[in-house]
Design a protein around this ligand. Structure first.
Ligand code: PMP
Length: 390
């Protein structure tokens, strides 16, 4: 490596360490509510496999059969040789689940978000973006060269005021997570849609954490709110959370999908999803649609955890979702409390900047259908007696 580049990297890593922001990878094997962290078995509250489908035997059998039949990978990008019938089947099922005309699968939720934004938004457009939107939406906005106006989190009045004040020669877009990953709350979607209509803005919704998890059939946040007309919305979901697989997708009008096939660079220049993964996602999706008990179980566990922690005096964020963030404040305290839980064999990640704003460090509990009430009680017992040593 060139000396000049190496010294730049060394200095930056040093600064990260000095600031307590240096991160490193740990080896993890997750199976339901158990995790082997550097080979040590722990109870964990850290995965997005909300419905516990990643290790479901039917999902694994689907993956096994597909890999046996079709091999490990798609072998090419979708427009060349990687458009496998398993992916097309998955897209048809996703579209019908969401009541959309069509859908398009990307290799990840991240790729879907940056692909959609960079393809749809032009430089004379204006994007109105919630301040707590996921990094992939922020990165997608940065790729557009359009003006990005950030509104206060879930504050529809602020959004409306900014929309009135901001001139726009092109198209307006309102971009929001449907469920906020670090706060666990749900966006005021009906109001966002209403304001967007007033200004003829297009709503782009990232429902990564709502897909499979919310709504009676698990069709996500729109179903949860009884919003049936998805034609006006650019709806983005992932296969990587409640569906336990990987990949992202967009559901909407046929013409939108046709456009993205031709214009979304993260779609065009990337290998198609593995047929094995597509097949697992299809199985997981059909289970998610039918087995409502999984959603009910996770939601009742997360609600029990949230209420008990609040009763103990903790500041807990979030809504009717499996994400239960406990706001701790500074980095030191959040790491200390995370380590304290770890000493009881419970892994809950401490979330720090840049994932959350300065001073808003937190423990982020995420629950799954593989957890039991005894697991929740264990956490409450440990946190009941925890006294920060400052
Ligand atoms: N959107 C949100 C809100 C997310 O939380 C995530 C993943 N953390 C993504 C998009 C990206 O999805 P994927 O992991 O499938 O790339």
């Amino acid at each position: 490596m060139l000396k000049s580049l190496e010294s730049r990297i060394v200095n930056e890593l040093f600064d990260l360490r000095e600031a307590g922001r240096h991160r490193s990878l740990h080896s993890t094997v997750v199976r339901g509510a158990r995790m082997w962290l550097e080979s040590k078995e722990v109870l964990h509250f850290s995965s997005n496999d909300y419905l516990a489908l990643s290790f479901d035997h039917r999902v694994r059998e689907a993956a096994q059969a597909a890999s046996h039949e079709y091999g490990a990978g798609a072998t090419g990008s979708r427009l060349i040789s990687g458009n496998h019938p398993e992916i097309e089947g998955l897209e048809a099922e996703l579209a019908s689940w969401h009541g959309a005309e069509a859908s398009l699968v990307f290799s990840s939720g991240y790729a879907a978000n940056v692909g959609v934004l960079s393809a749809l938004v032009r430089s004379d457009d204006v994007v109105f973006s919630d301040e707590l939107n996921h990094a992939s939406l922020i990165d997608g906005c940065r790729m557009t060269r359009a003006r990005v106006v950030v509104y206060r989190h879930a504050d529809v009045q602020h959004l409306e005021q900014l929309m009135r004040e901001t001139p726009c020669r092109g198209q307006r877009f309102v971009v929001s997570d449907a469920v906020f990953s670090m706060d666990g709350d749900i966006a005021p979607i009906a109001e966002l849609i209403e304001i967007a209509r007033l200004f003829e803005a297009v709503v782009i919704l990232d429902d990564a954490h709502g897909v499979g998890m919310l709504g009676r059939r698990g069709a996500g946040t729109l179903e949860n709110f009884g919003i049936v007309n998805v034609d006006d919305i650019v709806y983005i979901g992932t296969l990587s959370k409640a569906l336990g697989a990987e990949g992202g997708y967009v559901a909407g009008r046929k013409i939108l999908i046709e456009y993205l096939v031709n214009r979304a660079r993260s779609f065009i220049f990337s290998t198609g999803l593995s047929p094995m993964v597509a097949s697992s996602a299809r199985k997981a999706r059909s289970i998610a649609e039918l087995e409502d008990w999984r959603r009910q179980k996770v939601l009742s566990l997360s609600s029990a955890l949230r209420t008990s922690l609040q009763q103990l005096g903790y500041v807990v964020r979030g809504g009717e979702t499996p994400i239960v963030p406990v706001i701790v404040g500074d980095e030191h305290s959040s790491l200390t409390i995370s380590r304290h839980l770890m000493s009881y064999g419970i892994y809950v990640p401490a979330i720090r900047p840049p994932s959350v704003p300065e001073g808003k460090c937190r423990l982020r509990f995420s629950l799954t259908a593989a957890h039991e009430m005894t697991d929740v009680r264990l956490v409450i017992d440990v946190l009941k007696d925890w006294k920060p040593s400052r």
